[in-house]
Write a protein that binds this ligand. Sequence first.
Ligand code: HEC
Ligand code: HEC
Length: 375
Amino acid sequence: MSFRYTKRRLWAGICLLGSLCFGLAAVSCGPYQPEEPEGPDYFDLNIPTYFPTDVHVPADNPLSVQGVNLGRYLFYDGRVSGHSDPAAWRSCATCHLQAHAFEGGLDYAAPTPHAMLPLFNVAFNNVRYHWSGDTDSLERLIYLALTDPDEINGHPDSITARIAAIPFYNDMFAAAFGQVAPGAPVVTIDRICKAIAQFARTIVSANSKFDRYVRGETTLTDEELKGYLLFTTEEGADCFHCHGGSGNMLFTTYGFANNGLDPDSLYHDAFDRASVTGNAADKGVYRIPTLRNIEYTAPYMHDGRFKTLEEVIDQYSEGVHYAPNISPLMHHVTDGGVQLTEPEKQALKAFLLTLSDPGLLTDPSLSKPQDGRLP
Ligand code: HEC
Ligand code: HEC
């Protein structure tokens, strides 16, 4: 019997399709149906060939598609504070704003004693986190962020209880970390920290104009090239020993240094490296931050003392303060700085602006999920 489309068959098909759709709609509006968890599936972190290959992923928290996805929801969900009153909700995204390369921006009044650090390329930080370097594990840092009264201000028990009470999260945790023995909780504070850490490790910024230049996809202007040369030479602006740029594409060594800020202003001595090591030689010493996306991450320095790149460049050019423990890599301290001319300052700034990666600010895979499940 040959198969022929008749009008009757067509109508029958349309009706069948219609009732199927109706059925599906009815199911999705109906009572909550737990899904059969699948996964976890390997997550492929897309790293440029010129980045370091020693990505810092602990053996007990490998990246998975499901774990990263879960972490993204938690990153944007104020209920992760564990509080029931929405006025008390805070999430990572309360402070780490995608529009500011995951910092707070100039108009953001951080309730924390320190200015912010950017939250991208953290998977390559194999050293220590925070301005003081007091934390050597991203999972641990996230636990501190969740519970610190200055940050998310949650209690581990109420955080887990609040998240476990949201049905879709139970499926997501099972999919990300596997089922647990009957009676054991699928949502734990340890798993919450791990999932957020997985998501944070996927925030990779590697598509600035300078990246495209390195990949041979674009050219730099004469002024930008002049700035690059200043950045990477000792007789120029002498930035590269600490902030990379030639070979070091993270634009930081992740080291610590006293870079000669005025010790009398703002919180120069609070939570510096000495607060961790107890060593007087570490006074006024802070983590060297990356200069990627520096256009978006004002204010600058650990205490946010500078609002513009011009102020920062003036500081290094003629505002350097001597300190007995100033970094030996601040070669021009006896001159008060690297002494740049006005055109040199402009060229240096033009180069710094080539480190902006606007795609990071709108990358939908890093944005708040828009499926209506988050408040
Ligand atoms: C109340 C604002 C606030 C909230 C909420 C917050 N952070 Fe932060 N974050 C900061 C500040 C400020 C710093 C820099 C603090 C310091 O180093 O002393 C920071 C630093 C970091 C760093 C260190 C980066 C580096 O290079 O060392 C990471 C990673 C980070 N936060 C991730 C998170 C995650 C993930 C969450 C959610 C669990 C979160 N933060 C919640 C304000 C916040
Ligand atoms: C001796 C190492 C060293 C050298 C050389 C150096 N820096 Fe820094 N830089 C640091 C440290 C450390 C900090 C953070 C200091 C703090 O917050 O107290 C910093 C902070 C910055 C910041 C602010 C980043 C932020 O996120 O707040 C900018 C911008 C900057 N440096 C640019 C430069 C430029 C441009 C040069 C060259 C003219 C330069 N640096 C040379 C160590 C150095």
